[in-house]
Design a protein around this ligand. Structure first.
Ligand SMILES: Nc1ncnc2c1ncn2[C@@H]1O[C@H](COP(=O)(O)OP(=O)(O)O)[C@@H](O)[C@H]1O
Ligand SMILES: [Mg+2]
Length: 354
């Protein structure tokens, strides 16, 4: 079998090949029976990986569906309440407005008539003179038109509140409608006014709006207002948190501030909402859009605000929502929205509830 070319068998290539062959045969004798088991195990592993991927997708879809349900339930409950108040305010407001308009010329006529009497009545009785002094007639005649003007201003303010309530609580249709983003932001600020005002712990929060020249955009206005609400409410929480340990006077020196800027960006609009609150570290920043993530106390935070905001902006409007933040300096949330999104609510419904 061996030609005997090499004197030392160890260096002979034929002997080497034979040894290798022998070793493989030996290994295969043990491996061959195991092969079907290995293949089955690999198949089972692949099936488990596929299943867990499917479960992950299902879980994500479930979370999104839950967010959508909470959001629409919350929006519709709040929307019903707010639009109900706005609606109830409208009738008495109309009545007040009509009455003021009617009273103005009537009062002017009565004043003029009284003045004519005063001029033509040369011999006034003591009773008339005393009574005029008692009621301070001159002052009252001067003051009455001012009282009417104040009533008109107050009515005007109430009318604005009523309009803002209706803007804020606009019930969304299942198609997008043209909407003035600035009206949405203003109406949200009005709803949050009680939280922005000064209180015994801090001066009022300065809100600076720097609005660009924006066209109306096609969107779901009620949902966008919900996003503004969630982001501004978070900014107020962050500012309140940053005030911990500071006196009223110290906060006055470096006032709490929320700056809202809008501008055109490529084929869409950009809305930036920045606060000079406590900011956040990298770890928190990475999780803020996660479902149920909150750093707030139980009962104060739900961890749903920004998850819902992202769903509305990105899934329902095809836009973008991102954050930049520096600890102890502040946070900026930026929304970029297309002028007209191509996402239709019907396709979303199919996606979430398939
Ligand atoms: N403007 C902000 N400044 C600092 N942290 C913020 C700000 N906005 C959001 N966060 C952080 O993101 C978390 C998640 O916010 P959100 O989803 O609205 O839930 P929640 O407000 O209920 O906690 C907050 O708990 C907070 O830690
Ligand atoms: Mg929140």
């Amino acid at each position: 079998m061996c030609a005997g070319i090499f004197t030392n068998c160890r260096n002979c290539p034929i002997a080497k090949s034979l040894i290798l062959f022998q070793r493989r045969c030996c290994a295969n004798r043990f491996l061959f029976p195991l092969l079907p088991h290995i293949r089955e195990r690999q198949k089972a592993e692949a099936a488990v990986i596929k299943k867990s991927q499917e479960l992950e997708t299902a879980l994500e879809e479930l979370k999104q569906a839950q967010l959508q349900m909470i959001q629409s339930k919350k929006t519709s409950a709040l929307g019903n309440l707010v639009s109900g108040i706005g609606h109830e305010m409208n009738n008495p407001l109309g009545l007040i407005s009509a009455s003021i308009e009617q009273a103005k010329p009537t009062i002017a006529n009565i004043i003029e008539h009284l003045q004519l009497y005063q001029e033509s009545l040369t011999n006034k009785s003591n009773e008339i003179i005393d009574y005029a002094e008692e009621i301070d007639l001159d002052y009252s005649l001067e003051d009455l038109p001012k009282i009417i003007d104040s009533m008109t201003i107050a009515w005007d303010r109430l009318k604005n509140i009523s309009t803002s309530l209706s803007t804020f609580s606009r019930a969304d249709k299942d198609y997008q409608v043209s909407f003035n983003i600035h009206e949405g932001i203003d109406s949200t600020l009005l709803i949050l006014k009680h939280r922005l005002k000064a209180n015994q712990h801090r001066p009022g929060i300065e809100v600076i709006t720097n609005y660009g020249d924006l066209p109306k955009i096609y969107c779901f206005p009620g949902q966008l207002n919900q996003v503004f609400m969630n982001i501004i409410a978070n900014a107020i929480d962050a500012l309140d948190e940053s005030n911990t340990g500071l006196s009223f006077a110290e906060i006055e020196v470096n006032p709490n501030r929320i700056k809202i800027t809008t501008s055109m960006e490529n084929q869409g609009v950009k809305i930036s909402l920045a606060d000079n609150g406590q900011g956040m570290n990298q770890e928190v920043k990475a999780k803020i859009f996660d479902h149920l993530f909150t750093t707030k106390d139980v009962g104060k935070g739900t961890g749903l605000g920004l998850a819902i905001a992202r769903q509305i902006i990105e899934h329902k409007h095809g836009g973008n929502l991102y954050v930049t933040s520096t600890p102890r300096e502040g946070t900026e949330l930026t929304i970029v929205l297309p002028l007209e999104s191509t996402i239709s609510i019907t396709s979303l419904k199919c996606h979430y509830f398939k």
